[in-house]
Design a protein around this ligand. Structure first.
Ligand SMILES: NC(=O)c1ccc[n+]([C@@H]2O[C@H](COP(=O)([O-])OP(=O)(O)OC[C@H]3O[C@@H](n4cnc5c(N)ncnc54)[C@H](OP(=O)(O)O)[C@@H]3O)[C@@H](O)[C@H]2O)c1
Length: 273
């Protein structure tokens, strides 16, 4: 049996791809991985936001600016928002990663935190193309990513693929049928992928409200304080989560090599009320 690794060293030297790593929870996780000595590849649709994220991460983690550690942060754009080009985009993302890392099967972890605006409106107001579009980034993209993982993750139980969903599947709210169909489906996807991709571990993180750039539109509309108060009145913790809180759930699934097919929830007790 190999000697147990120190908890603080478990991510040291690991290579972690974060899809949706330019802002929000994804960039928070990138920062935590760097703090524990790992290397990150961050991806999103916007080259500009990736570049801003890299500047921010380099200023938070000065060791990543050393010449001999210039591979600590890599950014690669990949737009997941178009059904027609989805497979092509994801295939070229992994091809570029293999070039950077010197071949296939060099990644230790892939984490999916990408998400676009949630489609909330009366069921009948959706056309079929709109229903399909609603699932492209959150649902179809992680499945296509999964199709690439046998060639790109190290084939051991130390490796993992982590999905993201909301605590929302447990709340029954009007006008959420389309969004909830995809969010609930991600939980099922994680359990099934854990079987298909074994021994690589696959899990999903189920989140409640977290203060991130996702709420930018609500803030701009001057509605955030009202929405926040409504959320907090339904959370046992009485406070909306912060990125630094929920990043712990992702770190947990990366570091517990015994967890697979699980849904880990970090939702401030929101589904309990
Ligand atoms: N924050 C919450 O309250 C909360 C609650 C429950 C669940 N969640 C879920 O958790 C995940 C992360 O949330 P967050 O708050 O960190 O969101 P966020 O701050 O809005 O970040 C979302 C990420 O997804 C990327 N993205 C969006 N559209 C994309 C596309 N077409 N192609 C590739 N990347 C794309 C964004 O980058 P670009 O814009 O640069 O492409 C960004 O990196 C999302 O799935 C979200 O729905 C969040």
């Amino acid at each position: 049996m190999p000697p147990p690794r120190n908890h603080s060293d478990k991510l040291k030297g690991s290579r972690v791809l974060i899809i949706g790593g330019s802002i929000g929870i994804g960039v928070g996780l990138a920062s935590a991985v760097l703090e524990f000595g790992g290397h990150v590849i961050i991806s999103s649709s916007s080259a500009q936001r990736i570049s801003q994220a890299i500047d921010r991460l380099r200023s938070l983690h000065p060791h990543t600016r050393d010449d001999d550690d210039d591979a600590a942060i890599i950014g690669i754009p990949c737009d997941l928002g178009n059904f027609e080009t989805l497979t092509e985009q994801i295939t070229s993302l992994f091809a570029e990663i293999a070039t950077h890392l010197g071949g296939p099967n060099q990644l230790d972890h892939v984490v999916f935190t990408a998400g676009d605006a949630l489609p909330i409106k009366p069921l009948e107001a959706f056309s079929l193309p709109q229903i399909q579009q609603a699932g492209i980034v959150r649902f179809f993209a992680p499945l296509v990513v999964a199709q690439h993982l046998r060639q790109n993750l190290r084939p051991t139980s130390g490796s993992s693929f982590t999905l993201t969903t909301g605590g929302v599947p447990h709340h029954l709210m009007k006008n959420w049928s389309v969004a909830q169909a995809y969010l609930g489906g991600i939980e099922s996807m994680a359990r099934r992928l854990a079987v298909d991709l074994a021994p690589v571990r696959v899990n999903a993180i189920g989140l409640g409200p977290v203060e991130t750039e996702l709420w930018g539109g609500t803030k701009e509309a001057g509605l955030y304080e009202e929405v926040r108060a409504r959320f907090e009145s339904k959370m046992t913790t009485g406070r909306v989560g912060e990125v630094g809180d929920v990043v712990e759930a992702y770190l947990y699934v990366l570091r517990d090599w015994n967890v697979s097919g699980s849904i880990i929830r970090s939702h401030g007790g929101t589904i309990l009320l």
